[in-house]
Design a protein around this ligand. Structure first.
Ligand code: SAM
Ligand code: NAG
Ligand code: NAG
Length: 415
């Protein structure tokens, strides 16, 4: 059973300068679908089987705690038009990604990557552009829109807190769910769980750029990047970083301010925020996810944010295939949420990889393959697939142009 939750009731969108207002209400279909948020709660997949946990909370109860936003609220979106500079910055970023993908089609992606990370000038311009775009444009733009400043960063923070802390950390509920799955596989299954105790959440931010999580005191952050945009960010190419299970802390080089190797089973949470689409090949994206698996403690979480300016459902197959692919690695997806311009997902490292794999056995569909593709890997020219007509919204070319303008530069994906 799927549980899709759509909650946008009263939206008032004001596009400044363009002086065009889009007043919306429950029934009207004038909302550009990009503004729709939805929450899909994966535990609900098995709602009949898992009605009650031993803590006495139903999964429905869990669902309401997971949905952090009220069902009725008024958003005021207030998007200034993109400035010329903003367009240039996002253009630079998109072009770096695009060129990497194009080169990787002609030559070996590994060679392409090795050459890329040696191009210090380009990495530096990218880092400056990304830093400026994130802090001067996106965050500011978002701030006026209903305090949704920095939405992807705060989404990560909120998701981690609710998984590890709180009255009943979600971690324990998912642990019980895993136990039920294990019992379904083997009726005699018993396991002595130990409490998962942490003080600060040990978080590895891969492709951090400017260390946006540094300001949260309950997080112990290690920020890495091939092109650090701040002094707290360690230099490290995650694709090449070693995993050394005998280490107890990362092995660093003071001289290069770099991390050379990571301990296994070490982090509570790993973040890939707008990282995977930088990597030109599916194989490289897979390698990053496998490495994250090795670096996470059992029951740790991998949080993936990926650009998605299309309406809910347009990339659903692709995202389901990610779920399948990471399932084969031993992850189980515990949360997916579409925010403006991005899709955000939480994957849990199951204590027993068979839990992830079992989901794959049950839910495998003909199109699924162990790959991590992104929409830009395909030459899609069509903006909409008409398979989700309920969410489709008629709008004029003029509206389109204006909306695109207002969003140019937000997670660089357009098309
Ligand atoms: C689009 S930016 C995202 C920055 C930040 N995470 C955010 O959400 O605003 C992608 C970042 O990933 C970094 N990056 C790409 N490949 C990487 C790799 N293999 N190892 C470490 N960092 C990488 C880039 O240098 C860039 O700073
Ligand atoms: C792993 O780390 C240990 C301790 O620092 C070191 O002795 C060993 O050589 C490392 N192993 C590899 C494969 O790098
Ligand atoms: C994608 O489209 C571009 C032109 O828009 C073309 O040059 C390129 O060869 C196409 N790539 C593939 C893989 O079809």
């Amino acid at each position: 059973m799927k549980f899709a939750y759509v909650c946008v009731l009263f939206i008032l969108i004001v596009v400044e300068n363009g002086s065009k207002a889009y007043p919306l209400d429950e029934e009207s279909a004038t909302a550009p679908e990009d503004y729709m948020d939805y929450v899909e709660l994966d535990p609900m997949d098995n709602v009949a089987e898992l009605q009650k946990t031993s803590t006495g909370r139903t999964w429905l109860g869990l669902a309401t705690t997971l949905i952090e936003k009220p069902a009725h609220h008024a958003f005021v979106f207030h998007f200034p038009m993109a400035t010329q500079e903003q367009l240039e910055l996002s253009g630079l970023i998109k072009s770096v990604h695009q060129r990497l993908r194009d080169s990787a089609k002609q030559q070996d992606p590994e060679t392409v990557w090795k050459e890329h990370v040696r191009d210090e000038g380009l990495l530096k311009s990218y880092a400056e552009a990304m830093h400026k775009l994130a802090t001067c444009y996106w965050d500011r733009t978002m701030e006026v829109s209903c305090k949704r400043s920095n939405s992807r960063i705060e989404w990560v923070v909120a998701s981690c807190r609710c998984y590890f802390h709180g009255a009943t950390p979600l971690l324990y509920l998912f642990r019980e769910k895993d136990d039920k799955v294990m019992q379904a596989i083997d009726a005699g299954y018993r396991y002595e769980h130990r409490p998962y105790t942490i003080d600060r959440i040990k978080l590895l931010d891969v492709g951090s750029c400017y260390d946006p999580f540094a300001s949260f005191p309950d997080f112990d952050v290690t920020a890495i990047d091939i092109a650090p945009a701040g002094s707290s960010v360690w230099h490290c190419d995650f694709l090449e970083a070693e995993v050394n299970k005998t280490l107890s802390i990362p092995s660093i080089s003071e001289q290069h301010h770099s991390i050379e190797a990571f301990p296994g089973d070490h982090y509570d949470a790993i973040v890939f925020s707008l990282l995977l689409e930088y990597l030109p090949s599916s194989e490289q994206r897979l390698r990053c996810c496998r490495k994250a698996y090795d670096l996470l403690k059992p029951e740790g979480i991998l949080l993936i944010i990926t650009p998605d300016s299309r309406h809910q459902g347009a990339n659903a197959k692709l995202m389901k295939n990610w779920r399948y692919t990471l399932g084969l690695m031993g992850f189980s997806r515990i949360k997916i949420e579409k925010l403006e311009h991005v899709t955000c997902m939480v994957f849990r490292k199951c204590i027993f990889p068979t839990v992830g794999k079992r989901w794959c056995d049950i839910h495998r569909e003909a199109y699924m393959e162990p790959v991590l593709n992104i929409p830009q890997d395909f030459n899609e020219t069509k903006l909409e697939e008409k398979d989700d007509s309920a969410m489709d919204v008629p709008r004029t070319d003029e509206d389109d142009g204006e909306i695109r303008q207002a969003f140019a530069g937000l997670p660089f994906l357009e098309s």
